[in-house]
Ligand binder design. Sequence first.
Ligand code: CP3
Length: 345
Amino acid sequence: MLLINKLNKTNQSDIPIWIMRQAGRYLPEYRQLRTKFPSFLDFCYTKDAVTEVTLQPIQRFDLDAAIIFSDILIIPDALGLDVIFKENEGPIVEKITTDKIFQKLNLEHIISYLQPVYQAIKQTRVALSDDKALIGFCGAPWTLACYMISGQNIQNFYDAKKMLYCEPVLFQKIIDLLTEAIILCLKQQIKAGINAIQIFDSWAGLLPPDEFMRFSILPTTKIVKMIRQDYPNIPIIGFPRGGGEKIISYTKHTQISALQCDEFTQMLDIAKKIPDTVLQGNLDPLLLLGDDKQLIHKINILLNQMKPYHFIFNLGHGISKHTDPDKVKLLIDVIRNFTNDRKNQ
Ligand code: CP3
């Protein structure tokens, strides 16, 4: 598997390609299947639909990895909170305001509740060809806490940050519970057949340096350590989105196998500072909405900059739902031509 060899640094010349949110609304075949499920979570818990949607971008574009179709918010759902996805409004999670909620949250419950997800992973791994990696994922504790504490009011996650400072004991209790839940959930994913993991800390950029250390780096370090205790060889990709220069200490401290960079990061600077780290990223997803010439130019700049380093192509964040699938095809062709030219040199 190209992606796994790259994550293990046993292949330098190829560039594995996958795209965050590669199965999603920009694909007409996704939108068609999506209409059969009024509830997004029902869709996520229907194993045959999950397998079908996970494979759609692989069938269309022959990418090097599939990411299991799911969502980071299945963990709050499995813990017993109400989670709803409203069309064009984003997700709404039942809000945690007091300690009383711990009477309701149930860590034991999550393994049985998420069985459809693990069954979907099992059958997707069987259906996927052996040369393609299947990626599992979860949200990091801070990012999940953001949705669980802020509820409907997700503008800047004000309530989550306020609780961090004003009710530190309750806040830490939530982070600790989520850390345990994530460890349980990821171990089940690996047991079901996942080949690599990505941890999405999508809102890490909201944390100042000290809090970034305490609530992004430290819990992630614990997750990585606990996973490696049982599964020492599973590659783990970390994505501390918006972390700026703090992503270097994140990488060193957490001991992740690879670092996903957002589109605001100068990846060449990061590569020079931590040249032994596998870097993944980071084309601006919105470049796919512009013209071909500009897109090709920007891809080539990125590929040339990353040539001497361990590199996996991805966007800096999820692909926009307004993307024309033909642009993805073009992007993949440009990258594959670049690697073929390099091999023929
Ligand atoms: O292809 C893949 O990448 C796998 C599937 C995947 C989804 N969500 C499916 C999805 C993954 C990896 C995620 C991760 C996720 N979910 C994150 C972390 C990555 C990031 O974007 O920063 C976050 C923060 C979420 C929470 C979430 N889920 C939001 C904010 C939304 C609404 C925004 C939107 O794009 O609509 C979702 C819904 C969601 N998750 C959709 C998909 C395909 C769209 C729902 C639909 O089809 O109606």
